[in-house]
Design a protein around this ligand. Structure first.
Ligand code: SIN
Length: 289
């Protein structure tokens, strides 16, 4: 569809039948008027993942665009924060000598997760800009948790209704092989519980709310809970629910953390450079679906 409204003339094209849309013809480094912003927000509510092409986005413009969606988080993992702009979380494999370090900087991003689900008030949206993209790999994949929930057998929907999962950053960091939290980070990010099925406000649809930060199901034996989480995430990340984003120079990608899971894919961390930075917009306490 071409969106032509007053002075606005940008294109929004679906990327898969249900998930994702590509937006072209808009310059996010310039302030957006309310009407243009409303068009973008409406597309975001419906498509859950938006890909903006051909952006040149200095840090302040990245932050300014993000703030249109709400307050920004400062992540508890302070080792990733930009020292000048703490709202920016930087994932880079480039060392102080300018060379690729040969290790993935944040392995936890390579398993299916939703940002900040380990907090009491998890995130609404993440807005990720590709500063330098890998020549091969380093893609980002997204899974549509609303469609995944709707496709579950009725018996499973009945089984999981009312369940709550415990989300724990320390557990997910250790499982991914990342550095464990410091004592201070641990104190700031205690485990929290959230409904396994949550209501997505803008659409009124129900979705699965799980991912790698979900360590177990409240009140269930550890093994049984882990098995259920594994089974539901495996279902939700089947190809039919997934959009795989292959980065191009100038891409900015944003996603709805309330209704999607995402993960990064591997790349040659010893030879290829990849630097991405993101803001995370504060959301709301999940409403059980
Ligand atoms: C993230 O999980 O927030 C980052 C994903 C990526 O590096 O592609």
């Amino acid at each position: 569809m071409t969106v032509a409204a007053m002075r606005h003339d940008f294109e929004i094209q679906p990327l898969t039948p249900r998930l994702g849309a590509e937006v072209t013809g808009v310059d996010l480094a310039q302030p957006l008027d309310d009407q243009a912003f409303a068009l973008i927000r409406d597309a975001f509510d419906r498509r859950l993942v938006l890909v903006f092409r051909d952006q040149h986005l200095p840090e302040p413009a990245h932050i300014a665009f993000s703030r249109r969606f709400g307050a920004l988080e400062v992540h508890v993992l302070n080792q990733y924060l930009d020292t000048r702009f703490p709202e920016l979380y930087v994932i880079s494999n480039v060392g102080p000598d300018g060379k690729p370090r040969g290790v993935h900087p944040d392995r936890g991003t390579m398993v299916w997760h939703t940002d900040l689900s380990f907090t009491r008030v998890p995130s609404y949206a993440t807005i990720l800009y590709g500063v330098e993209i890998a020549t091969t790999g380093g893609d980002t994949m997204f899974a549509d948790m609303l469609s995944a929930y709707e496709a579950l057998p009725e018996a499973t929907k009945t089984e999981i209704a009312g369940l709550r999962a415990v989300h724990d950053l320390d557990v997910s960091r250790r499982k991914a092989g990342d550095d464990p939290l410091t004592a201070d980070q641990r104190a700031k990010a205690p485990p929290v519980d959230h409904p396994v099925v949550r209501l997505h406000g803008p659409s009124g649809r129900r979705g699965l709310y799980l991912g790698s930060h979900a360590s177990h199901i409240e009140g269930w034996p550890q093994d049984k809970g882990e098995a259920l989480i594994r089974q539901l995430v495996a279902h939700a990340t089947e190809k039919r629910f997934v959009y795989r984003h292959r980065w191009r120079h100038g891409d900015l990608v944003m996603w709805d953390n309330r209704a999607t899971l995402h993960r990064a894919t591997d790349y040659d961390t010893g030879n290829d450079r990849r630097i991405v930075r993101r803001t995370v917009v504060t959301g709301e306490v999940p409403v059980p679906g």
